[in-house]
Design a protein around this ligand. Sequence first.
Ligand code: 13P
Length: 342
Amino acid sequence: MNAQNLIDTARELVAGDKGLLAMDESNPTCNKRFAKLGIPQTVEARRAYRELIVTTPNLGECISGAILFDETIRQQKKDGTPFVKVLTDAGIIPGIKVDAGAKDLAGHPGEKITEGLDGLRERLAEYSKMGARFAKWRAVITVGNGIPSPGCIEANAQALARYAALCQEAGLVPIVEPEVLMDGDHTLERCREVTEDVLRTVFNQLYTQRVMLEGMILKPNMVVPGLTCPKQETVDEVADATVRCLLRAVPAAVPAIAFLSGGQPAELASARLNAMNVRFKARLPWALAFSFSRAIQQPALEIWRGEEAHVMAAQKALYHRALCNRAARRGEYSAAMEKTSA
Ligand code: 13P
């Protein structure tokens, strides 16, 4: 393991107020999103969609790294140029999702465990050869009656730490993603409590597995009320609760925190990230960045709908969301930015 390379890559991934684009939906997830919009659920449709994304003009101004799915990292543009080359030429670092998805956790009704450790060392070596310089693994924590359980949190935290150690051994920066889901009617306070507990457990495991914190990026949820909670706090309240929770649980050696969007409306995700940077940026040990999937891609997907004629308009929408989120990192995002979009 070359520690300095890992540190340099982690820093590069959050330099220039840019962020990550998670375009790594698994085939079933991508197909589900396509189905809702009447887009054919085929290899070619997924390839065309990913070509639209990676060829978006000037995307590299706002996006430092793109997380790909196994199918996508092996694909090319229609003219035969590999996506990895298209991204690299655009100044965007290719990354790869390496978990095998969240499965039911035995003995824990309603809870999930992320699989994918078997054979991971070999897969990481292959992805590294293909040009990936960082990786992602997502753990899913559900909030509900009597859950999450300690068994679920510990099992997921240990898997995340074992994945992260294997990544660093292979020279890839691990994106460590423990996602506390927004589904449910739980309060913001409950989300904070669970998120803090999860993050403490994750960092305990990262220490135990000897992961170098300087060479990783944390990808957590924001601290938000459940989607169906009657009380929905303001943008500033969410920003305060999130930063307070992270300050308690995330060591200062971690270079960056890149949030997932988790199904928040795209504009709200930008506004909340912006508020955190406006209110706290100068006082924080880590950069507060983004690693959004839906909050960057969804508007573009809805414009595209599988139609060649809509590609340019979809790319414009994608670039716009990336630009809004770069502004949010700078604390310069405002609702007015949305009005100037096409
Ligand atoms: P969302 O931003 O849509 O939550 O996706 C982030 C991600 O990468 C999920 O693993």
